[in-house]
Design a protein around this ligand. Structure first.
Ligand code: HEM
Length: 154
């Protein structure tokens, strides 16, 4: 049996709390979420996405930090503080479409880049975010479709 496997064969992220640790734990996640929402507030092209959020972003920032902590393999702070969550259901009332989904991912990718995370980690995370973002979009568009067809019983 070979024992000289190259290190690159080992999963860098996604097992145990490796992603959480690589991002810098709760402090790193807080920095990431702060930069993410700061970008959303300052980029003119993110205006529509910003306007979906409450005026005061304090709660949104805290909820995303708590959620990402558990999502990245760290303490399940969202569940501890707010209970269980289904991301598509939690976003179903919002007018999420392809543009706002792309802008959400753009703000996150830019935040990761500006904070100087290694390219490998950035690519891993952006690819990972794609899955919940797409589920959110699909459910939101389904809900919007229902609203546009009043009386059909759908
Ligand atoms: C697809 C693009 C997305 C859009 C447009 C979007 C937009 C929003 C908005 C506007 C809110 C605030 C809702 C409110 O306070 O009424 C929110 C909350 C939240 N978002 Fe997103 N989001 C997106 C993707 C994501 C993703 C990918 C995640 C996690 C990986 C996420 C995690 C959360 C969490 C945890 C909350 C708090 C939910 C709650 O407690 O109700 N979002 N999002």
């Amino acid at each position: 049996m070979s024992t000289d496997l190259p290190m690159t064969d080992l999963p860098l992220y996604g097992s145990g709390d490796s992603t959480y640790q690589s991002v810098g734990g709760l402090e790193g996640i807080t920095q990431l979420v702060d930069r993410f929402y700061d970008l959303m507030e300052s980029l003119p092209e993110a205006k529509a996405l910003r306007e979906m959020h409450p005026q005061d972003l304090t709660g949104s920032r805290q909820k995303l930090v708590y959620f990402l902590s558990g999502w990245m393999g760290g303490p399940k702070l969202f569940a501890e503080h707010f209970g269980s969550i289904s991301l598509p259901v939690a976003h179903a009332h919002l007018p999420v479409d392809r543009d706002s989904k792309a802008m959400w991912l753009h703000c996150m990718a830019t935040a990761l880049e500006q904070l100087g995370y290694p390219l490998e980690l950035r690519d891993y995370l952006v690819a990972k975010f794609e899955t919940p973002a797409e589920s959110i979009r699909l459910m939101a568009e389904f809900e919007q479709g229902k609203k546009q067809q009043p009386g059909t019983g759908l």
